[in-house]
Design a protein around this ligand. Structure first.
Ligand code: ADP
Ligand code: ZN
Ligand code: ZN
Length: 744
């Protein structure tokens, strides 16, 4: 007699649980629950806690004895939470980045979905009741805004998640309902197809610009690729009108009833980007970024997921947003380092976007003036369609770049007399100036002029920075340490303590002293941490009167400052001297991007202060431009067999002791060498990190390089999970970074 006839059949689930283990776990489903489908969330006991996990399989059998199988606690979704494409994308990410599947789901989901509440599956929408029973002029501002928004959407209305994600307060919804102006209805009244059709008819475009020849060639080259996956690099010099190309391609995609996902590097960029998109398209735009609260994020996520929202603009993690009818991904400023997540799941949103495009069968448009070398190589090997815009859209001449030789020159706050004179002239012509100094604070060093002592962070291998606000104090830029200024040198008791070197705050002081009649606006992390501070900066920069903008790399990103005609770069050399092999690439991108802020609408000039004005790299960049500079760098990378010509992974470790860190890394290398295939891998290290001690831990790393990506990944796949069990591992924190962007 078959055994199964005696045993009650077990109902089994395989669940990815968000714990740092490379395993998935079997659970049983009690009779009282319906079987959850693959892709549903369930809460499960694990250790002494309950976790929200993702069902990834319905096994018929388990290696666990039935008595050891634990039952699930709760079923949170009766339908799969994610579309297959995103489910598969996350599975790919777990595999590619060697990260536990359960934790990948957890990283990619909005916070509220990682908790045990179930989602409301009934989608409510709102529409206006015609005719309006009250005079719309009698409504409050907020009521009027909502009324107009809903009215513009006709009988299709807008879904509740979409409205909430647009900052519509629930109270305004109920006020208007009471007045009989609007009414709720269940979205299931219309099929998604009907809704889409009706909505796309509403996506009326406002005033597209007449494209110039290069732009229209780019658009024509992209249009044949809307039906399927194609990676596209739009390499256009700053001011060449890449955004107009995005907008016109987007219009075509929207007209097909499809959605567009736009990724931007940082939140500072979103207000401006959103503004340009919002004036072009009628449809509400969903924003997804880290400064939104959890409820707004979830609402935006749902609106995208259900196909209610057509345009989603977000930062890095928005790449995981499920979208019912995704037709295009645009990734602006593709070279930007903020696309790389530097903790937990260390993914690169550009690479994830390309994978997603493959899975969704839609084009992925990467735009930049300064492509990453990885991206350029993909373009030159035909993996990407390569389109170029070589001229500025307005036919404003490209800015003129000149160096200022700093040797034996007097400076104040880092500014040479030559630069100050140029600022004076620009201001007197009623124009604006942008000064770039990638160092915040007042002075990067506090120096004793009697004995040479410098104030260092006790927790880091770094000097403390002098800050003046609030009150004069010292701050470490690498940990959270803040301390008072010592009254005298702790070494020799001298009171000759001198803030040395220049940060943005000191440059601001000097500029304000030279130009008391002009607004000096400092833009760095200290001044832009508040929500809305960017709006104020833009408002100032868009008034046609003299202004000095002064800031860190925040100013280097795609901003449009129409009245800036002079850009000054205070310290161009710093980056070319760093030991990281990517430093020249990064520095050139930064200089080119900052320079690109000059003369967007009138002729502009860029003055680059340098101690080494004859530096070959700097000269190539100035005389030949970023593209040729990048091609030179690529051939150097090829000669030295570095990425993107080889594939890299970085093992990082940290612990309270330098020895323990190095011992672990050494053990990890030995462990790898047990695999005979390790002869295909070049191993650099272990070495201490460039800043070995940071926040009281000692950091180190090993770099692995291989000619073939599959070889590297195959070896890592066996090795990395097994490292969890070596004894040295217990004393350190370790991480594996695939395609690392920084050797730090
Ligand atoms: P990029 O993103 O390539 O740096 P932008 O898209 O910001 O450039 O465009 C720079 C400026 O040129 C913007 O003010 C934009 O409105 C304008 N512009 C773009 N395309 C055109 C065009 N075809 N005709 C006129 N102005 C244009
Ligand atoms: Zn001293
Ligand atoms: Zn520190």
């Amino acid at each position: 007699m078959p055994e199964t006839a005696l045993m009650p059949t077990l109902r089994l689930l395989q669940v990815a649980v968000p714990v740092p283990m490379f395993a998935v776990f079997d659970y049983s489903v009690p009779e009282s629950f319906a079987m959850p489908p693959i892709g549903a969330r369930v809460s499960v006991p694990f250790g002494h806690k309950t976790y929200v996990g993702m069902v990834i399989g319905h096994p018929v059998d388990s290696s666990l004895e039935s008595t050891r199988l634990k039952p699930i606690v709760q079923v949170m979704d009766t339908k799969p939470l994610l579309p297959d494409t995103v489910f598969n994308l996350l599975a790919w990410a777990a595999h590619y980045y060697h990260y536990p599947l359960g934790e990948v789901f957890s990283v990619a989901l909005p916070t509220l979905l990682r908790q045990t509440d179930s989602l409301d599956n009934i989608l409510t929408a709102w529409r206006v009741i015609a005719p309006c029973p009250v005079n719309p002029d009698k409504l409050t501002e907020r009521q009027k805004t909502l009324y107009n928004l809903l009215k513009s959407q006709g009988n299709q209305g807008l879904s509740q998640p979409l409205l909430l994600s647009q900052n519509t307060p629930a109270s305004v919804l109920s006020q208007l309902t009471k007045k009989g102006v609007i009414e709720p209805f269940e979205l299931s009244e219309h099929t998604p197809q009907q809704r889409l059709k009706a909505k796309s008819a509403l996506l009326v475009q406002h005033a597209p610009l007449t494209l110039n020849t290069e732009q229209s060639q780019a658009v024509q080259a992209i249009l044949p690729h809307l039906e399927k996956f194609r990676g596209i690099l739009l390499e256009g010099v700053t001011g060449s009108g890449k955004t107009e190309v995005y907008l016109q391609i987007m219009a075509k995609v929207l007209a097909r009833g499809q959605q567009v996902l736009v990724l931007v590097p940082e939140i500072g960029l979103t207000p401006q980007t959103v503004g340009r998109f919002a004036t072009r398209f009628k449809t509400p735009i969903i924003l997804l970024h880290s400064r939104m609260n959890d409820a707004q994020r979830l609402a935006g996520w749902q609106a995208a997921h259900h196909g209610e929202a057509f345009i989603i603009i977000g930062t890095r993690s928005a790449i995981f947003t499920p979208m019912a009818h995704l037709g295009l991904i645009v990734l602006d400023e593709e070279h930007d380092l903020s696309y790389k997540q530097q903790e937990s799941l260390r993914y690169h949103a550009r690479d994830v976007a390309l994978k997603r495009g493959q899975l969704e069968g839609c084009p992925v448009l990467l735009g930049t003036a300064t492509p990453a070398l990885e991206t350029l190589r993909l373009a030159y090997t035909d993996k990407l369609l390569h389109l170029r815009l070589t001229e500025r859209a307005h036919h404003a001449p490209p800015p003129v770049l000149r160096t200022i030789d700093l040797r034996a020159k007097k400076r104040e706050g880092g500014l040479s007399i030559e630069l100050i004179k140029a600022i004076e002239k620009t201001i007197s012509q009623g124009e604006q100036v942008l000064i770039f100094l990638n160092r915040r604070g007042y002075a990067p060093v506090l120096l004793c002029e009697s004995c040479g002592w410098q104030a260092d962070c006790p927790r880091c291998d770094a000097h403390l920075t002098v800050h003046h606000l609030p009150g004069t104090h010292l701050e470490c830029h690498h940990c959270t340490l803040k301390s008072k200024l010592p009254p005298a040198c702790p070494n020799c008791k001298s009171v000759n303590l001198m803030p040395t070197g220049n940060g943005t705050a000191r440059a601001e002081e000097v500029l304000q002293a030279y130009f008391p009649m002009v607004d000096v606006v400092r833009v760095d992390r200290d001044t832009t941490s508040k929500m809305g501070s960017w709006d104020a900066i833009y408002a100032k920069a868009h008034e046609p009167k003299p202004l000095i903008l002064l800031g860190t790399q925040m100013l280097a990103k795609g901003h449009h400052f129409p009245y800036v005609t002079l850009v000054g770069i205070i310290d161009a050399d710093a980056g070319f001297l760093s030991s990281d092999f990517r430093a020249p690439e990064r520095t050139a991108q930064q200089i080119t991007q900052v320079a690109g802020r000059a003369g967007r609408e009138q002729a502009g000039q860029v003055l680059i202060q340098s101690w080494q004005p004859d530096n070959v790299l700097l000269r190539t960049l100035i005389e030949q431009g970023y593209h040729d500079f990048a091609l030179n760098l690529l051939s150097e990378r090829q000669k030295s067999a570095l990425p993107p010509f080889r594939y890299a992974a970085l093992l990082r470790a940290e612990s309270p002791s330098a020895e323990l860190t190095q011992q672990f890394l050494q053990a990890a290398v030995v462990h790898l060498q047990h695999d005979i295939r390790s002869k295909f891998i070049e191993i650099w290290g272990p070495v201490p990190a460039p800043m070995e001690k940071r926040d009281a831990v000692y950091r180190g790393h090993v770099l692995f390089l291989a000619n073939e990506r599959p070889v590297l990944h195959d070896i890592l796949r066996g090795w990395w999970p097994s490292l969890l069990h070596i004894p040295e591992r217990k004393k350190v924190r370790a991480s594996l970074d695939i395609d690392p962007q920084e050797l730090a």
